[in-house]
Every structure is written in structure tokens, then in C-alpha cells.
Design a protein around this ligand. Sequence first.
Ligand code: FES
Length: 123
Amino acid sequence: MSWKSHPQAPAADTEVCSLDSVPDGGCIEVGFGVDAQALRLIVLRSGGEAWAYVNLCPHFSLPLNSRPGEFLVTEDRHLMCAYHCALFRFHDGLCVDGPAKDRSLEAVPVTVVDGVVRIGVAG
Ligand code: FES
């Protein structure tokens, strides 16, 4: 199911978070909706750029974090799944190593305007 089909999918231009709320070289999780029904996004940042992905690993469809709000990131801008260590690039969500190699996180388009990360328009 595409993120756009999720009942809580945010509309284009919806504010996701402030850029400053995301550590440079790190990420945060942002939820739309409540509890188990929420659409949970990982927002990653490098400098003035940000990317968002659905928080589901393509390996076993598990969240990439095993503890709330705790994600594993590397200095060279990769996000590591907490379960079996698949490594995903920040900028396109592609898995470059591990059991999900050559598969990608599901991208949610975002833009950064005036320090605010917003849902973009899918290309
Ligand atoms: S569930 Fe993410 S690598 Fe296995």
C-alpha cells in the first residue's frame, strides 16, 4: 500500500516539522494520526536538506527502530535498521548493504521552505 493510500496520509503542503527539530546528520520520527493507525515517517536531515520515508523496513516490514524515537545513523549519512542492520542512504532511501540490499524505503516527498519541512508533491 502506498503511503498516499494511508487513511492518515497528509495532504501536500502539510507541515511535517521544523528543520531545526531534526539533528543535522540524524533523524526524527513524525506521526500522522494516533497509535497503531498512525502513518509514521522518518525525517532525515543533512545540512539544509531533508528527506522523509515511511518507517517500515522493506526486509520484514518492521519499523527501523526498536525503541521509540531511537534510530541508528552513521556519520556517512546512512540509516541502519535496528533489527538486521540493513543500511539505507539518506538521500534516496536505497539499501546499500544488509538483507534488504537494492530495495528502498518508501519515500514521501518533502520540501524545506523557510526552515519548515512540508509534504511535497509526488513527481
Ligand atoms: S527488518 Fe530491517 S533489516 Fe530486517
